[in-house]
Design a protein around this ligand. Structure first.
Ligand code: DAT
Ligand code: MG
Length: 151
């Protein structure tokens, strides 16, 4: 299996609504491997770094206030195609447009409370993992299920 990794975060609304286990389980059951996890309250400055690509958007300030408003569950998931497929599990940005069966489609209603973040490309995955985690927080291990999943 290829060592592709993506950054996934359960935002404060997902944590407060008790959706941590539900969200983790969707990635876990699919067959992706959890290699880092922690719960943190990001500062507003940190949120601005995380969302720096969106700083010109009208919702940027509210978005950064929201991300820093409470605990976030930050994770790194590993597996073949995990960046693109993670986005598929998450669903479209606006939960009004996310398909049923996706995390946002099943569990969220409005765009500014869409419960989860996932990296959108290899470059952002790399940058976001480096922003949220130090190298030592990432755990490399062999899962015994891998030989059954990847053949
Ligand atoms: P995604 O989280 O699907 O990668 P994005 O990177 O375009 O979407 O935007 C980041 C977050 O910003 C998104 O999860 C929710 C918020 N957001 C996006 N568009 C918005 C809008 N039109 N109004 C309010 N918040 C918005
Ligand atoms: Mg994005």
């Amino acid at each position: 299996a290829e060592l592709e990794r993506t950054f996934i975060a359960i935002k404060p609304d997902g944590v407060q609504r008790g959706l941590i286990a539900e969200i983790v389980s969707r990635f876990e059951r699919k067959g992706f491997k959890l290699v880092a996890i922690k719960i943190v309250v990001p500062s507003k400055e940190f949120a601005q770094k995380h969302y720096h690509d969106l700083k010109e958007r009208p919702f940027f300030n509210g978005l950064c206030d929201f991300l820093s408003s409470g605990p976030v569950v930050a994770m790194v998931w590993e597996g073949e195609g995990v960046i693109k497929y993670g986005r598929k599990l998450i669903g479209a940005t606006d939960p009004q447009k996310s398909e049923p069966g996706t995390i946002r489609g099943d569990l969220a209603v409005v765009v500014d409370r869409n419960i989860i973040h996932g990296s959108d490309a290899p470059k952002t995955a790399k940058d976001e993992i480096a922003l949220w985690f130090s190298h030592g927080e990432l755990v490399s291990y062999t899962s015994n299920a891998e030989k059954w999943m990847y053949g």
